[in-house]
Design a protein around this ligand. Structure first.
Ligand code: GUN
Length: 295
């Protein structure tokens, strides 16, 4: 079994971005700039956004973190986004979800200009992905593709089984794997809560992606010998032995499954780090496209 190490793969991507950003600034151009909006005090969201900001800094991408408490009105948030859409010094915008109940995530997504939507959530970007046109692919599916690329794992002709059909992971990933591209051309099965014979279908997977948000859901008897297993889950499980009072667990029962796999991604240290690397890549690409810069 070989580990799909997100630390190693994301470090390579970040190193490349850092040297490209240095080239830009050395030639007198401004650095790419991400604006991140964080509403409320959800601890997990704070951790994710702080990590995004820290990673921007590491590669020389400028970031602005805009924090508001959850009493902000929907209209005030939409106005803030419209302002960032118009700001020529901002290349990428992200609004961390989940949002407070009185704010419509759909309205927020539709308000972000598609050419600054580095999360790839806007319908224009989803449509571009389906048609194979330039746009932004959301960070987690794109990070998974980058992780497989880093390890030279091809999906062409293989059976890919994805468990979980979310808008942000399972659904876009099913499209990326099935398109006629260097990283696609797989036969894809997208499983969900109504799937019959889930365990049997998982056992047909050459590449199995777990993205359902249930800790240790994928057990040893659901995995084919030699399969590649990608764990997208980040579940907080209570653990009184840790300082924080919880431990992060993936959607895969790692300890029991790892012996059966050719490759497996750990949690933490796998897909999560790739998601950030993909976000940085999208922000850099937004800068290049929107400012007509040739590298
Ligand atoms: N919340 C959890 N994951 C994400 C993400 O990729 N983008 C945003 N904006 N919010 C998230």
């Amino acid at each position: 079994m070989e580990l799909l190490d997100g630390k190693v793969a994301s470090a390579a991507i970040k190193e490349n971005l850092k040297s490209k950003t240095e080239l830009l600034t050395a030639s007198g151009k401004r650095a790419p700039h991400l604006a991140a909006i964080l509403i409320g005090d959800d601890p997990a969201s704070h951790t994710y956004v702080n990590s995004k900001v820290k990673n921007c800094h590491e590669v020389g991408i400028r970031s602005t973190l805009i924090q508001r408490d959850d009493s902000i009105s929907e209209e005030a948030l939409l106005q803030m986004i419209r302002g960032l859409n118009e700001d020529k010094e901002v290349d990428g915008i992200l609004v961390q979800v989940p949002l407070p109940k009185h704010i419509s995530e759909n309205k927020v997504t539709l308000t972000i200009a598609p050419e600054k939507d580095v999360d790839g959530f806007h319908p224009v970007n989803i449509g571009n992905m389906v048609l194979g046109l330039p746009g932004f692919v959301s960070a987690t599916p794109w990070g998974i593709i980058l992780l497989l690329k880093h390890y030279g794992i091809k999906s062409e002709g293989k059976n890919v089984v994805i468990v979980g059909r979310s808008h942000t992971v399972g659904t876009p990933l099913s499209i990326l794997f099935s398109r006629n591209t260097s990283f696609g051309n797989a036969t894809v099965t997208l499983c969900h809560s109504r799937t019959h014979n889930l365990e049997e279908i998982c056992r047909t997977a050459d590449i199995l992606v777990a993205a359902i948000g249930k800790a240790q859901f994928i057990k040893e008897d659901m995995v084919k010998e030699g399969a590649v297993v990608i764990d997208v889950g980040i579940n907080r499980v209570k653990d009184s032995n840790t300082k924080s009072g919880f431990r992060l667990k993936g959607d895969v029962d790692f300890e029991n499954v790892k012996g059966k796999c050719s490759y497996i991604s750990p949690v933490p240290g796998g897909v999560g780090l790739m998601t950030i690397a993909a976000l940085l890549t999208n922000t850099f690409d937004a800068y290049i496209r929107n400012n007509d810069v040739a590298l």
